[in-house]
Design a protein around this ligand. Sequence first.
Ligand code: PLP
Length: 432
Amino acid sequence: MSTQTTQSIDSAILDSLAAADPQVADIVRAEAERQEYTIELIASENHASPAVTIAAGTCMTNKYAEGYPGRRYYGGCAHHDQVEQLARDRAKELFGCRFANVQPHSGATANAAAFMAIMEPGDTFLSLVLKDGGHLSHGMHLNFSGIFYNPVHYALHYDKDHPQHEQIDYESVRKAAHEHKPKAILCGYSAYSREIDFAKFREIADEVGAVLMADIAHIAGLVAAGEHPSPFPHAHIVTTTTHKSLRGPRGGLIMTNDEDLNKLINRNVFPGVQGGPLMHIITAKAVAFGEALKPEFKAYQQQVKKNAKALASAMTSNGFRITSGGTDNHLMLVDLTVKDEELTGKEAEKWLEDAGLITNKNGIPDDPRSPMITSGLRLGTPATTTRGFKESEMSTIAEWINRVIESKGDDSTIATVRGEVKSLCERFPLHH
Ligand SMILES: *Cc1c(COP(=O)(O)O)cnc(C)c1O
């Protein structure tokens, strides 16, 4: 055990856990070490604050609180009413909207409830397909969204000479909307590095009488801090996760400005797709929203964006290609094939993990390879920015990535980089 981890709050909690269940405590302790000494570049991950983690670990987990504040199906909910109301109020203030449902267990569950609020089974909706950067809950054939609804898709520009190559083709959105007359249009993505024009989406939705749903799961932290344009007032319904750039506990959230739609949302979260809410997680959401309302959070999100730009430009200097030519947010997609046609995302992810650089393979637009192989890597900066990295650490990371990849996974190169990664992590301890 390192001194840093020993001093951390997780460790104090782990000591009590170890006394009760050493077997589980050992597993969690090993994970705490992994997080401490590796560099987290997965765009959808972050390190929640000690306050968030502590809140999630409290006795608030013990309560059944089916229903909503003031209208529960169980007695003894006074404190749960207070904390859920606080979480709602903070979410509304943070995103500047009238209604918030803080109960969804996850982003995918939030989307299921949102779909039920705005569509009937079998209805058509328009979204970006998974392989172009969408999410599986936006119509993948094995997901509820593809099983119970009828997804149709808009496209990105695929033309190397087009100034918006690999960015959303709003004319394709308009064309598909007029052709299919969808009940809903979805925007918001999992692997898209450019700003989303919510006003333009709303204009198109209005042309065909569709509901506009914005899923800001990835960019919620940037939106909350005013570092990405807000989906309000354009979107009718907004869903998000709370654990990605927003840096809260793992969970979901649904928001709207429309009173009637809010009633449908509430009914479709509970009893529609969920039973009892996770009250310990709602408690932690309240804490996370409180943190996000502070001025430090704005500074954090500004640094997230600066770091993403620095990492993208350092990757480009090292001979990689960033799809769409760059990033406006917290993430980027790296096309590996310009470096080496044979190189796959799968291999690169494995070599980098061995070196202590945690990434995920990801298809690039028009990727000929399967999602289990891919030609790209997705890199994001929320987690590294939380641990205090700035632009100069981003250049170092890009150089490490390049060394590992150019060595084609050579063992001694990986071992050297692993040592350097560990030293950098020691200089930037996590405060978990
Ligand atoms: C991550 C993500 C989700 C789903 O979140 P889970 O909490 O994993 O269910 C939904 N939509 C988008 C766009 C995402 O990126």
